[in-house]
Design a binder for this molecule. Structure first.
Ligand code: SF4
Ligand code: SF4
Length: 296
C-alpha cells in the first residue's frame, strides 16, 4: 500500500507545486452532466467529447485495475507586460516550453520515484496512465476530489494559493494509499460574479456552460467559419482567452510561476500586430508551439 505523505513528497521532489490523491471511482453525477451537455450540443465541433464517455467518467475503464488518482498542479501564471496592439495569446500559449512536455516530463520523473519505492506493479504496464490534456479524463473534478481546489463559476479549477493558471497532471495508480486527500468542499466564489460580468460573449451565463460561445473554443477548437456575432470579440485574438481568469481575485493575488520553462516566451510577447501580419499561417502555428504538432 502507498503512503499518501510519501507520494506527496515525491510529487514535490518532481517539481509540482502541489498534489493530492483521490480514490478512483466512477463519477456518476459528472456523467449525467456530461450527457446533458452533449445532448444540448454545447460542445460544438469538439466531436472527440462524444467518444469514450465511460472512460471519461470512470478511471477503471481508462486503465483497468486503477485504484487511485494522483493529481499534480503546476503554476504557469506569468507577470506579463503585453504590448498594447499585440494580438492576444493566452498565458498557456505564451510559455517558453510546451506545457504538455513540461508536465509529462515531471510526471515521468514522479512515476520513476514511485516505482523505485513501491515496485512496477503500482502502474499499468499495458495502458497509458499519465496525462496532461491528453486523455478523456475529468481533470478539474479529480483535482477537486484530490483536495486541490474548487471549480469556480468560470469553470476553471481554482487553487486558493496558485489561482487558476495551473496545469493539471494526472497519474493513475493501481494501488490504494493508506489514506486519501480530503476533497475540496469550500465554495471559493461565494457571491463574487466578476468572471460572469467580464466574459465578452456571455458563455458563462449558460448552464451548462456553452463552449460554442467561448473565445477559447472559437479560436482553438472551432473548425467551421466564425459566426458573424463573434467577429468583434475575436478581432485581435490569436489564441484563447483569459478574461474570466484575469479578473478572478484568486489570480490577481497569485504569485507568478517559479518554473522557468513556464515563464513567458519574450519573443512571442514582444511581437506586434505588424510582426504577426508578416507571417504565413504555418509560421504562426509553429510559433504557437502548442499547435505546431498538429500542423501538417
Ligand atoms: S475564456 Fe473568455 S469567452 Fe470563454 S468563458 Fe472565459 S471570458 Fe468567456
Ligand atoms: S471571478 Fe469570482 S465568481 Fe468567477 S471564478 Fe473567480 S471567484 Fe469565482
Amino acid at each position: 500500500m502507498l503512503q499518501l505523505s510519501r507520494v506527496l513528497d515525491m510529487a514535490a521532489a518532481s517539481g509540482f507545486d502541489c498534489a493530492g490523491v483521490a480514490k478512483a471511482k466512477r463519477l456518476d453525477h459528472d456523467a449525467l452532466i456530461l450527457q446533458q451537455w452533449l445532448q444540448l450540443g454545447h460542445h460544438g465541433s469538439m466531436d472527440y467529447m462524444t467518444r469514450d464517455i465511460e472512460k471519461r467518467v470512470n478511471p477503471e475503464a481508462l486503465v483497468p485495475g486503477c485504484k487511485s488518482v494522483l493529481v499534480c498542479l503546476i503554476s504557469y501564471h506569468k507577470a506579463l507586460h503585453r504590448a498594447a496592439d499585440a494580438p492576444f495569446i493566452s498565458e498557456s500559449g505564451l510559455s517558453k516550453t510546451d506545457y504538455h512536455l513540461v508536465v509529462k516530463e515531471r510526471l515521468q520523473q514522479l512515476e520513476q520515484l514511485i516505482t523505485a519505492q513501491y515496485g512496477n506493479n503500482v502502474v499499468s504496464t499495458t495502458h497509458q496512465h499519465l496525462f496532461c490534456d491528453s486523455a478523456p479524463i475529468l481533470e478539474r473534478r479529480w483535482a477537486q476530489l484530490a483536495g486541490l481546489g474548487a471549480i469556480g463559476k468560470n469553470r476553471q479549477l481554482i487553487n486558493p494559493v496558485f489561482g487558476s493558471f495551473v496545469h493539471i497532471g494526472i497519474l493513475l495508480l493501481n494501488e490504494e494509499t493508506d489514506k486519501y486527500s480530503s476533497p475540496f468542499e469550500e465554495d471559493l466564489c461565494s457571491d463574487c460574479r466578476q468572471c460572469l460580468k467580464a466574459c465578452p460573449t456571455g458563455a458563462l451565463r449558460s448552464d451548462p456552460f456553452d463552449a460554442r460561445k467561448c473565445i477559447s473554443y472559437l479560436t482553438i477548437e472551432r473548425k467551421e467559419q466564425l459566426p458573424e456575432i463573434y467577429k468583434k470579440a475575436v478581432e485581435n485574438v490569436l489564441y484563447g482567452c483569459d478574461t474570466c481568469a484575469t479578473v478572478c481575485p484568486y489570480n490577481i493575488h497569485a504569485m507568478p510561476t517559479t518554473h522557468t520553462q513556464l515563464t513567458a516566451n519574450e519573443t512571442l510577447l514582444r511581437m506586434t500586430a505588424d510582426d504577426w501580419q508578416q507571417l504565413s499561417r504555418r509560421q504562426k502555428l509553429k510559433l504557437l508551439h502548442r499547435l505546431a504538432k498538429d500542423t501538417p
